[in-house]
Design a protein around this ligand. Sequence first.
Ligand code: ADP
Length: 167
Amino acid sequence: MRAAIYPGSFDPITNGHLDIIERAMAVFDHVTVAVLVNTSKSGIFTPEERVDLIRQVVGANPKVSVESFRGLTADFARQKGVKLLIRGLRAVSDFDAELRIALVNRKLSPGLDTVFLMTSAENLFLTSSTVKEIATLGGDTSGLVPPLVSARLKERFSPATAGTREE
Ligand code: ADP
């Protein structure tokens, strides 16, 4: 079985991530979307909330599972017995960082390879950081993220609920 892990922060999942997940499903028999728990950085959504959002957006599909993990991606992949990572590439500017990450992962775990899938033209400019910035400034994120995520962002940053976050 060709299984792969798609690691990232997914804070929040965007249409760009979703596009990569869908394309990966066509190539691999199973894809684990792995949400990195970054203890030094608090996000918009907690890792549990991110996992929950991704699960709802992807829907029930035996080809995809969603989990969070702590520590090194290479260790997580080893625990899972998976030898392939998936990453998305948007522009040349992604390449340097992604090459570095891929080589470090291979160094840490020989045989662990990274497969890159190219973004779709409409998602070329789309990053979670852009979505975060728009949402925090009260802008409309629909069309950039799945409708459920857009609604959650609106709730989170609406004047009525702002300041009630537990962080
Ligand atoms: P970010 O969106 O902040 O770069 P992530 O860590 O959540 O962050 O990204 C996980 C992976 O998804 C990375 O390989 C990243 O390049 C890829 N990715 C993110 N946005 C897109 C997009 N719009 N199109 C294609 N790949 C993307």
